[in-house]
Design a protein around this ligand. Sequence first.
Ligand code: AMP
Ligand code: MN
Ligand code: MN
Ligand code: MN
Length: 281
Amino acid sequence: MGEQSPVDLHCHSTASDGTLAPAEVVARAAERGVELLALTDHDSIDGLEEAAGAAQRNGVSLIPALELSVAFHGREIHLVGLGVDAGSAVLRAGLDRQQQAREERATEIGRRLAGKGIPGAEHGARILAAGGQVTRAHFARYLASKGHARNAGDAFKRYLRRGKAGYVPPPWPELTDGVGWLRDVGAVPVLAHPFRYRLSGAWLRRVLEAFKSAGGEALEVVCGTSTSREIEASVGHALRFDLAGSVGSDFHDPHNRWVELGRFGPLPAAVPPVWARWLPR
Ligand code: AMP
Ligand code: MN
Ligand code: MN
Ligand code: MN
């Protein structure tokens, strides 16, 4: 048993690559004692309406949010946007572009895998996505189900990571533009899981510099898989770049025993919590 947080500002539903429906995510969060939750599907707000209903029934405060894919010098970076204005036309237009890019990328990934002797992957991934955003996680699950990899992580290693046969360079907007767009749609931009990008210290600082200059406001200091060294380093980055702190599990699937809603330690007191504005007062 790990520690339990009443705040979880990063998780996924079937609107993208999560395996639980939005209402199931919210109910599960409530069961685990989460009181303030942000549902952050990849490039989608399609789960928010269902989640909001469930939040009300379960006594959870829900922050409408998403996880936006952006690019920085050809590398994929993820921004959580907290508190989006779901009715904004600017939001709709941006999500349409993002979803179009996902569609085209899925076709291209499928083409590249077919070239490696694995036909039908695009179709297979789309069936697993079941109408939600098609992500590489769906390709990974498909590849594992067909015996091309031992599991999803292995499928990333063999086929889907940068440099592998099924990898397509990120079709996403520049990080700076993504931060500006999030602000335009009322969202607080948070740089997600800083240690998931396999960046050197110097490159991570470049990302943080660009993020802060563009109007970024917070760093995800504690994630579901953070080590204590990563948390310590993140605190240093947050202080150095004058960023607030966020926390989130990045929950996708109840069968992953390493990651659970609300299961992580507290944000260290040196960093101001980005969620203060959403606390009941
Ligand atoms: P995409 O946004 O389509 O590039 O897909 C990225 C998603 O794939 C991430 O949000 C994770 O959920 C998942 N993912 C990325 N890397 C791995 C990995 N090494 N093992 C398992 N899942 C991964
Ligand atoms: Mn994901
Ligand atoms: Mn992410
Ligand atoms: Mn995520």
